[in-house]
Design a protein around this ligand. Sequence first.
Ligand SMILES: C[S@@+](CC[C@H](N)C(=O)[O-])C[C@H]1O[C@@H](n2cnc3c(N)ncnc32)[C@H](O)[C@@H]1O
Length: 262
Amino acid sequence: MAAYDGWAEYYDLLHHGLPGDAAFYVEQALQAGGQTLELGVGTGRIALEMARAGVHLTGIDNSPAMLERCRAKFKAAGSLPGSVKLHEADLLDFNLGRQFDLVAIPYRAFMHLLTPEHQRQCLLRARKHMTDEGAFIMDSWVPRASAIANVIGGPTAEQLKLVGRYPVPQRETSVEHYQASTCDEFRQLITELHLIQEVDEHGTVAHEENLTMVRVWTTPRELEALLELCGFQVRSRYGDFEYGALEPGSSNAIWIAEKARA
Ligand SMILES: C[S@@+](CC[C@H](N)C(=O)[O-])C[C@H]1O[C@@H](n2cnc3c(N)ncnc32)[C@H](O)[C@@H]1O
């Protein structure tokens, strides 16, 4: 079972992306022209916007349940100016046998590659799938010491905190989302424990999921070194999805890279 399978049912309710990220990726795909590859396409949050804007997209993900949601959303959307092709594949060893004008890994999906080896494998796969003039875009959380300290000093696994409550469309229920985080400082890993409870109008829990999400924090300096190691050169870097500078207070980092010239 893939790590995100358990998330699929509630993913769209709980995860709304980062401010401006979908519009940013759509704009970049339109600028790149041609064909786009999204790594970790999930339920198609960004993919659908791309297809609506006329982008021809291929998306890969290793979670059958997330891909099933994505397919259902495209089916419900009907005919769109762009198109989507979905593949179940792992970011570590995918081989689609073709190249793309843009390869993107949005919404911090790169943080799911938990070791330097896995990060390198994914970057090398991404590079192999780029045309010579193609672009690669990734975004990541900026792990400032104070932000990491919040996680380390935050609630322990036993102290789940309510982080959100959402009405479920077309059902007279709401979802309560509880979360706790622990971290492995040496391996730079954050393990989040999530309790998702769907509660009916009488407050009775109708359905409950206990889910775990593990992510690695990697500093901008480490990520830029990794990009270089894997044969990329950075074309531009930003601190938000409105092309603001990456600076000390940024909580997001976005890189647009290309193949390094020999
Ligand atoms: C944070 S979600 C992003 C989904 C979508 N791009 C979005 O913006 O909403 C990360 C996605 O990456 C996928 N993923 C994580 N690790 C993966 C791996 N090793 N191979 C393929 N997909 C992976 C997950 O299944 C999940 O759908």
